[in-house]
Write a protein that binds this ligand. Structure first.
Ligand code: HEM
Length: 303
């Protein structure tokens, strides 16, 4: 990672597309104004992009008759959203500087803008990624994106495999301060686990029936307190045994990450600054730079 990621820079488009940041921001702003959850969905797209083949917009490639991309992979299918917003951003950016800005960079900028708009920290996004010409369904299905059933060791190892520390994993999980989850992702936890607040479990059970196949797509907020605000309530929820996903609560369950959870629950400022720094590290995962890859004209297909 070292030498390739070093090529990303915050001023990459200063000469070639000085309007890129304002153009992306205005589209994200109107999308989030229309639907707050879209901020969460855009943030998650960047994560799911970066963990599979690196931050190369592979996640955005649509299936065709001869190609199956990552969108139907287990962690993504019926779950990832925001593709239309990204297409909209791309067409506005193409209008001001055609053929210059990658879809992978658009994902990174849109993720940052989403966090800021929902009240979270800001950071200078490093740019200069290029887009892949292919995607990998098998990689997206192989567990590189950890499932919500993960053990703490799984989570630590999956992030380590991407050059991210345990602390990065804990602070990036704080992204679950915004957005929603489908019942199918938390059913087992709310019916079978004991490290859960009983009344919280009952509330979630009301809209997530015990029977597999029934209400699978019903939604619940990942943060029981403030689902549209990027704050540190996620960590307070974990201390109160109100984490929604198994993979959330496992971060505060008597293991090695308990002290980090306690710390972020009490220190919103250190959560904010560590989150920003970890997002930059996540955005550095194996980018295509130089003459590798391409600048897609449309984010959904290779040129
Ligand atoms: C630590 C490992 C992680 C696991 C196991 C995990 C798992 C999940 C699951 C199961 C959902 C709900 C999906 C559904 O049911 O449709 C979800 C949603 C979400 N995740 Fe994660 N996630 C992880 C890390 C991250 C990271 C690193 C980020 C971003 C930095 C992130 C951002 C989000 C957001 C914002 C949502 C809500 C999306 C929406 O409402 O559209 N997650 N995650």
């Amino acid at each position: 990672m070292g030498s390739t990621s070093a090529q990303l820079s915050t001023n990459f488009y200063d000469k070639t597309c000085p309007k890129v940041l304002s153009t992306v921001k205005s589209v994200v702003q109107s999308a989030v104004a229309k639907e707050k959850r879209m901020g969460a969905s855009l943030l998650r797209l960047h994560f799911h992009d970066c963990f599979v083949q690196g931050c190369d917009a592979s996640v955005l490639l649509d299936d065709t008759s001869s190609f199956t991309g990552e969108q139907t992979a287990r962690p993504n299918n019926n779950s990832l959203r925001g593709f239309n917003v990204v297409d909209n951003i791309k067409s506005k950016v193409e209008a001001v500087c055609p053929g210059v800005v990658s879809c992978a960079d658009i994902l990174a900028i849109a993720a940052r803008d989403s966090v800021v708009i929902l009240g979270g920290p800001s950071w200078k996004v490093k740019l200069g990624r290029r887009d892949s010409k292919s995607a990998s369904l098998s990689a997206a299905n192989s567990g590189v994106i950890p499932p919500p059933t993960s053990t703490l060791n799984n989570l630590i190892n999956r992030f380590k495999a991407r050059g991210l520390s345990t602390k990065d994993m804990v602070v990036l999980s704080g992204a679950h301060t915004i957005g929603q989850s489908r019942c199918t992702s938390f059913r087992v936890r709310i019916y079978n686990e004991s490290n859960i607040d009983a009344s919280f479990a009952r509330t979630r059970q009301r809209k997530c029936p015990i029977t597999v196949g029934s209400g699978d797509n019903n939604l619940a907020p990942l943060d029981v307190q403030t689902q549209n605000k990027f704050d540190n309530n996620y960590y307070k929820n974990l201390i109160n045994k109100k984490g929604l996903l198994h993979s959330d609560q496992i971060l505060y369950n008597g293991g090695s990450t308990d002290s980090l959870i306690e710390s972020y629950s009490k220190r919103p400022n250190s959560f904010n600054s560590d989150f920003a720094a970890a997002m930059i590290r996540m955005g550095n995962i194996s980018p295509l730079t130089g003459s590798r890859g391409e600048i897609r004209k449309k984010c959904g297909r290779p040129n």
